[in-house]
Design a protein around this ligand. Structure first.
Ligand code: HAM
Length: 414
């Protein structure tokens, strides 16, 4: 039969790689819980409508990238392309919200986007996602950013650039949008890529985000949202900037940072790495005050971010795999039962290890022990069985001693 292969853009993560994800998740859990965040796990499949309404029909994510399919009753379902919409849905559905309350959640897990796979871009990828509901304060924006920085420091990722912007609010963005559309309307067609030619009227802010060099050049002198934002948005942005500076977190102002999902307003940010190629954004987020209401919930504000774990994993140095403490080599089939029982005793005593379930020659069993990476090999042959002993051999130095089987644990030491 032809070999069944994994789907393009999907990955198998074996121990070395999976260990990085576990490390990232465990560290995130520890850091976020210090800020009062609790874990929330939501389904990976939701009704399509949730994402269409939440993320926006005109976004690439909803327009081109969703894995959408009918279920057996013909209802349209979608594999989540991001976590925020599902977390908001769960929050609304829980009925937990009380005016004045602040609710803090983090979520880990796979997300799905039908994008062109490349380094740092997968069709199934994993996010570490954070959402804070209920606080309109710019100090919350600042704290969320500082928590993200805290996490990235805890996983020892440096050389990252924090880029921040404000996208204005429903009071000031429409005027900015019109000013920007007017500016973009004067650019000759041939100076813009096909997408931007279409976007400049329909979604002018997205032109600022285009990576095509010609479009960047043509829009270089575009008016900046940071200059056109209303007093409240500017005051909030000043609070965020002052708080970041006060905490010693260096940042870059990026007036072109518009994000790819439609729910944002006010503070937005991305964390960018120069070390992983074109898919350089390792985290992104911002404030989305209208989203909970758009999805049928209370008029509660929100702010959050997500880190892409594939991209963080690319930046993490190889983590040494855990090695077993022992490998029990069995040379005589009559020793298999004693070996199994010894292995159980050693594990109960806190050691990790492997045990032969088939006997073999000294040479083949020592080779297997070496391959396992174990520190010590415990050898049980005919002589040891007859005397109730075991040979303890250091696989690093080759030194060996014979001890009574019940003393194997103390011979292993730690
Ligand atoms: P996003 O910018 O679409 O935001 O994704 C966040 C991060 O997920 C990106 O910075 C990137 O590291 C990673 N990512 C996105 N797509 C892929 C992919 N195809 N392969 C690998 N990594 C990828 C959101 O998803 C928002 N929900 C973040 C948020 C939470 N905003 C507020 N709360």
């Amino acid at each position: 039969m032809a070999k069944i292969q994994k789907i393009k853009g999907f990955a198998d993560l074996f121990a070395d790689e999976a260990g990085k994800y576990t490390f990232l998740e465990n560290t995130a859990r520890a850091v976020f819980s210090r800020y009062g965040y609790g874990e929330l796990r939501t389904p990976v499949v939701e009704f399509t409508e949730l994402f269409a309404k939440g993320i926006g029909q005109d976004t690439d994510v909803v327009g081109k990238e969703m894995y959408t399919f009918p279920d057996r009753k013909g209802r349209s379902l979608t594999l989540r392309p991001e976590a925020t919409a599902g977390v908001v849905r769960a929050f609304i559905e829980s009925g937990a919200y009380q005016p004045g309350g602040v609710y803090r959640y983090f979520t880990f897990g796979p997300m799905f986007r039908y994008e062109r796979p490349q380094k740092g871009r997968m069709r199934q990828f994993h996010q570490i996602n954070v959402e804070c509901f209920g606080s309109p304060s710019a100090f919350t924006d600042a704290e969320v950013l500082l928590m993200l920085a805290d996490f990235l420091t805890a996983v020892e990722l440096e050389r990252l650039s924090f880029e921040i912007n404000t996208l204005g609010c429903p009071d000031c963005r429409p005027a900015y949008r019109a000013t920007l559309a007017e500016f973009l309307g004067k650019i000759p067609d041939e100076a813009l890529c096909e997408d931007c030619r279409r976007r400049r009227a329909a979604n002018p802010l997205r032109v600022l985000d285009c990576k095509v060099p010609g479009c960047r050049e043509a829009s270089a002198a575009a008016p900046s949202i940071q200059d056109k934002a209303c007093g409240r948005c500017r005051a909030n942005f000043d609070i965020v900037r002052a708080a970041l500076s006060g905490a010693g977190l260096a940042y870059v102002l990026n007036p072109r940072l518009v994000r790819g999902l439609d729910y944002y307003q006010g503070t937005t940010f991305e964390v960018v790495s120069g070390d992983i190629g074109s898919q350089s954004s390792v985290a992104g987020g911002g404030r989305y005050d209208g989203l909970i209401r758009t999805l049928g919930g209370p008029d509660a504000p929100g702010v959050g971010f997500a880190c892409g774990m594939e991209r963080l994993a690319l930046l993490l140095a190889g983590r040494p795999a855990e090695k077993p403490d022992f490998h029990i080599a069995v040379l005589d089939p009559a020793g298999l039962a004693a070996a199994l029982s010894l292995a159980q005793q050693l594990r109960a005593a806190g050691f990790s290890g492997l045990c032969d379930h088939e006997a073999g020659s000294m040479k083949s069993r020592l080779r297997a022990a070496d391959r396992s990476g174990a520190r010590q090999c415990l050898i049980i042959g005919g002589d040891e069985l007859a005397t109730g002993t075991v040979v303890v051999k250091s696989l690093a130095t080759g030194e060996q001693t014979t001890v009574p089987m019940e003393r194997a644990a103390s011979a292993l030491g730690k």
